[in-house]
Design a protein around this ligand. Structure first.
Ligand code: ADP
Ligand code: MG
Length: 705
């Protein structure tokens, strides 16, 4: 028998059971079952008496006798209820299924050991579908202080695959295959990291002989799991670099140098310089560039994007930058046009509201190659938009785009005709920092650049949390700031599930603010998602031009908007926003020379997570720290990109809790791959074997970009 055999090879596993295991837990082979790890352990040497039971007891084990039995009719079918007693009291045992069999086999007045979860009705404990055996049978078996509890589903337990059954299957399996379990890691890695061997780890993860051995086994299995993910990511990167040809940007020419020397309005930060170097090296290598640029709000990603586009132009290519909203695209367009106004580089803006005539001009310019830079929204992705020779596509605020949209950009390269399609280089930019641990496991095969430094002279944004009851004081503060010539954002939540209510809140808020800040002294803009784009633009423009002092808005202004004179951000019902959203919103201020403020308003009723979020915002402005807290609060499942990466399919490791194991697994994987990229050396044969097995299972092999 070997581990690739289906679970039906295990004694007592029928075809029906095997099918259930597959449909419920994805378990097909003996190997799969062996890698179904307990998620906790219970102490089966401990007993309770009935009078010790409490409403919050988890699973309990009790010795007693059956002293009564009745069948209770209910709407559908019936249930079997037994009275169970010990010297201290009585409780109920309940079966909804298999009642007849149980009735026939239960023995009255014989001591049983029962084990299970409790339900409570009117102060009486009842245990549905208890695990039970006679005291005699119990005594004949070795009892361990740590018994495994396996992941299960309702269907599994309803169909009789209880934890006890699962435990039995795995025990039998271990006995049958123990001798053929192969070591997956080479001796030099086991030794370097002091790992227990695979057999011992599997045995002790299921049936721990001691706390210490359990801990060692967990460590080894976590390390192994993370290590193989890293090996696969690194391999994928090597394959991508080797296979996917990219345009070569080999020279720095006039466009770049002229701009850099004569029109760049400030010195680049060291971080910006470093990132540019990374991009140049990558785009000059002949391989395709697929790079993620992370940089906190306000770190100056746009200028890096522009210089990268100039590099493309110097090498005879066109460039495009795509933003998630019209407002942001327009802002990029005006900013870039302004910076390039004394050069002969042609820039145009394409969005959903571009007029037909203009649109035709743009299409023609793109096809002829006379238009160098196209700034736009999703409109860029339309089939009608054809480039003469697109060399690089930049995506701003990439978390706002789906994978599908991103992949469309790949196809805008020159080689659209038959054969030899070379995709444009891709640079995706995000201000939502991805915690290092997650970046390693999600984007481990992408190249990542980080701008980890803000331009000089930025003042820290003062952030405070105030309860609704302080609203009047907040309004007073706003008036003082406006009197100094500043502008103010007031943001309301708009969450899809409660859209109608939120919309009402926004309008109520707008009204009360209009009352508090009357015309003509104060002018107010309002922007929300239900407005026509043209109206939105009009309102936005009035604010940008300083005609209005207050911008009441939903999170449509979250991303990218740049109004340096706006220095106060008020966030209403701040407890309802996620951390990354709060951080993005706060990034809308602090863009000018003035001291800026962020005021988080909330009700008194705060969940503990809500409190942590607000406190985190008050405590720090470091986007990476905020992202780490966010990851801890929400888990990796809610963070962009994790779905595609296999991070969620981890069986035992946890990228948040086991970050130190992740670091060392990644380091080891890099060493191994540097030394032996094909895993061809004899000492790596066990690795090679596992990796080819994993490859068949897909998982992290789907393309992220
Ligand atoms: P983000 O990374 O959030 O997209 P932007 O590119 O919009 O940031 O830059 C924010 C502001 O900082 C802009 O006004 C930009 O002109 C300015 N800026 C960018 N780089 C520098 C720098 N090296 N020195 C001074 N100001 C800079
Ligand atoms: Mg930006």
């Amino acid at each position: 028998m070997n581990l690739n055999h289906p679970v039906t090879y295990i004694k007592g596993v029928s075809i029906a059971r095997a099918e259930l295991l597959y449909s419920e837990l994805g378990i097909k082979t003996c190997r799969d079952l062996l890698h179904l790890f307990p998620f906790r352990y219970v102490d089966k040497t401990q007993f309770y008496t009935i009078n010790q039971l409490q409403e919050n007891s988890a699973e309990v084990q009790i010795v007693g006798k059956i002293t009564g039995l009745k069948t209770v009719k209910q709407k559908r079918g019936s249930r079997l209820v037994a009275t169970f007693s010990d010297a201290t009291g009585t409780m109920e045992l309940v079966w909804f299924k298999g009642a007849q069999w149980i009735k026939d086999n239960l023995k009255a007045n014989v001591p049983y050991v029962i084990y299970g979860k409790l339900n409570w009705f009117n102060g009486t404990a009842s245990m549905p579908h208890p695990e039970m055996e006679t005291v005699q049978a119990y005594k004949s078996k070795l009892q361990m202080a740590m018994q495994p509890v396996y992941p299960s589903t309702e269907k599994l337990s309803n169909k009789g695959i209880s934890n006890k059954v699962m435990r039995g299957m795995i025990q039998d399996l271990l006995q049958q295959v123990f001798g053929v379990i192969e070591e997956t890691l080479p001796p030099y890695i086991l030794e370097e990291h002091q790992l227990v061997d695979k057999r011992e780890a599997l045995l002790n993860i299921h049936f721990p002989k001691s706390q210490e051995l359990l801990a060692k086994s967990q460590f080894r299995l976590k390390f192994e799991e993370l290590f193989f993910i890293q090996i696969q990511l690194l391999q994928k990167k090597i394959i991508r670099k080797a296979k996917l040809k990219g345009y070569v940007f080999e020279q720095v020419g006039d466009a770049f140098t002229n701009f850099y020397n004569n029109h760049l309005p400030f010195d680049l930060t060291n971080a910006q310089k470093r990132v540019l170097k990374e991009i140049r090296k990558d785009a000059g290598s002949g391989a395709h560039m697929n790079r993620l640029l992370q940089g906190d709000v306000g770190s100056g990603k746009t200028i890096v994007a522009l210089l990268t586009m100039l590099l493309a132009i110097d090498n005879g290519f066109q460039a495009t930058i795509m933003a998630p909203t019209e407002i942001l695209a327009a802002q990029h367009f005006y900013g870039i046009s302004e910076l390039l106004k004394n050069t002969n580089i042609q820039v145009e803006l394409l969005t959903g509201s571009t007029k037909t005539k203009k649109r035709r001009e743009i299409h023609a310019g793109l096809e002829e190659g006379t238009l160098h830079i196209l700034v736009g929204t999703h409109a860029i992705l339309e089939d009608k938009v054809q480039f003469n020779n697109l060399g690089i596509a930049i995506i701003d605020e990439q978390h706002r785009f789906g994978v599908e949209q991103r992949s469309k950009l790949w196809k805008k390269g020159r080689g659209n005709e038959a054969g030899g399609a070379i995709p444009p280089h891709i640079l995706v930019m995000t201000a939502t920092p991805i915690p290092r641990t997650l970046a390693m496991s999600v984007y481990g095969d992408l190249d990542v650049s980080v701008i980890d430094e803000l331009p000089p002279g930025r003042k820290e944004i003062k952030t405070v949390h105030r309860y609704d009851s302080h609203r009047l004081a907040v309004f007073k503060f706003l008036k003082d700031e406006i009197a100094k010539g500043r502008q103010v954002y007031i943001v309301y939540p708009l969450i899809q599930e409660s859209e109608a209510m939120d919309y009402k809140d926004l309008m109520d808020g707008y009204e009360s603010i209009s009352r508090e800040f009357p015309t003509p002294q104060y002018q107010i803009s309002i922007v929300h998602g239900q407005m026509k784009p043209a109206d939105k633009d009009y309102e936005m423009e009035r604010f940008v031009n300083g005609e209005t002092q207050i911008m009441v808005a939903t999170t449509v202004i979250e991303v990218g908007v740049n109004v340096p004179n706006a220095s106060v951000m008020v966030i209403e019902s701040a407890e309802r926003f996620g951390l990354s959203q709060l951080h993005q919103l706060r990034g809308r201020v602090g863009r000018g020379a003035e001291q800026s403020y962020c005021i988080l308003l909330s009700s008194f009723k705060l969940s503990s997570d809500g409190k942590t979020r607000l406190q985190t915002m008050v405590d720090t402005s470091d986007g990476f720290k905020i992202a780490e807290v966010d990851l801890k609060l929400r888990g990796p499942g809610n963070i962009m990109g994790t779905q595609q990466s296999g991070v969620l399919n981890l069986k035992i490791a946890d990228v948040v809790k086991d970050s130190s194991i992740l670091y060392s697994a990644r380091k080891t994987a890099i060493e191994v791959m540097n030394d032996d990229p094909g895993l061809a050396k004899p000492e790596n044969s066990s690795l090679n074997k596992v990796v080819s097995q994993l490859r068949k299972k897909t998982g992290i092999w789907s393309n992220i970009s």
